[in-house]
Every structure is written in C-alpha cells, then in structure tokens.
Design a binder for this molecule. Sequence first.
Ligand SMILES: Nc1ncnc2c1ncn2[C@@H]1O[C@H](COP(=O)(O)OP(=O)(O)OP(=O)(O)O)[C@@H](O)[C@H]1O
Length: 211
Amino acid sequence: MEPEPNDDLKLEEIMTSWGTAVNIIVGSHVWVEDPDVAWIDGEVKKITNGEAEIERTDGKKVVRKLSTIYPKDVEAQAAGVDDMTKLSYLHEPGVLQNLKTRYELNEIYTYTGNILIAINPFQKLPHLYDSHMMQQYKGAPFGELSPHVFAIADVAYRAMVHEGKSNSILVSGESGAGKTETTKMLMRYLAFLGGRAATEGRTVEQQVLGV
Ligand SMILES: Nc1ncnc2c1ncn2[C@@H]1O[C@H](COP(=O)(O)OP(=O)(O)OP(=O)(O)O)[C@@H](O)[C@H]1O
C-alpha cells in the first residue's frame, strides 16, 4: 500500500510501489501522468501540503499530489536497458520510457528477468529471424545475446531435453499485439532445433510448420 506523503517531513518522502523510499524535492526530475502521451517528464518547482508544482518539459505548469508523481532516472542510458531489472526505478513510466527508447532503435524485444516483452514493429524485420540468427541463439546461454524470442524457445527446448518433461511457453497480449507472429517464430525456431530428419518424405520443419 502506498503511504500518504508526510507533510511534516523536511524532505517530502514517498514510497514507490516497490517499497523503496524516494525523496522528491524541489529540483527533482519526475514523471507526471498525461491523458495524451501517458507520462511526461518535468521538474519540481515548489512543494506545498503534499502537492508539487511541476514544470513539464513541454513548458506546461501543473500541480499534482506527490503520491501521483514518480522520480525520473536522469542518468538512464540513452539506448535504454535490455533487461528492465536493471532500471533504477521499476515503475510504469520508467518501464514505458525504456520500451519506447528501444522501440525507436528497432529493438522490439526486452527482458524483465526471464520474461520477454515484444513490441509489435508493424513492419517486416527479416534480419531478426533469418537462419544466421537461429544459429546464433542455438545453445547460447540465456541473457548473453540480445533479447529475442529465439532465446526463450532455446531455453524452453533445452529444459525439456534435460529434464525429460514437456514444457510450455506462454504468449499473451491484447488483440493485434503480435501473438500469432511470435508463435510462428517460436515454432520455426523449435522446428529448426528439431533438425531436418525426414519421416515419410517430410522434414520435422515441414511437419511442424505445415508447409
Ligand atoms: N514480430 C513481428 N514482425 C513483423 N510484424 C509483426 C510482428 N508481430 C506482429 N506483426 C504485425 O502485426 C500484425 C498483428 O499481429 P498478430 O496477428 O500476431 O497479432 P495477435 O496478437 O495474434 O492478434 P489477435 O489476438 O487479434 O489474433 C501481423 O499481421 C503483422 O503484420
């Protein structure tokens, strides 16, 4: 539960939802919710009675309750991080900013630990899925290469082989998010790992992908 900011404190102190105490003071860079762009950054100019006056980077001045604003990591890496567990602040605006930064660099995949987040590129990125890429991910330790759907398939496959048990990969997202495309890539990679041994004239790849 998020505590109400204590007005008696000299430095206004709020808790992020991850339980880390964060000081928001005059001069702090913060994220403010916005109906059009979700979150926009700005600087705290004044704090009174649990409310902060913020000058947004678009020049607009707004007043927000301290409990609704989040600290911005001003030292965040320009290209974002490939695993969100590396973020200084793991809150919604921090996560969205990191995904946006990477997406603008055509990096559609990002990890959060061993979970893969994929953002629909709405364009063909064939270099991401060619046979050279598959070869690279085959047997590579998880996390060594850039986040990729092939890395998830590789880990799942290897665990299945080592443990001798069935395995599952959960693909979830809203309509149009890219679940079908992602599943196709997973199947293609698993078929690639399955090899080209043919039964009744059809390779594993042809049987799995139905081609
Ligand atoms: N990795 C990708 N690379 C290129 N295009 C993609 C990728 N993922 C999704 N798309 C594009 O987005 C469209 C919608 O994706 P997809 O059909 O996979 O969504 P979905 O989550 O399965 O949707 P629904 O739940 O409505 O069936 C695809 O037809 C494709 O044009």
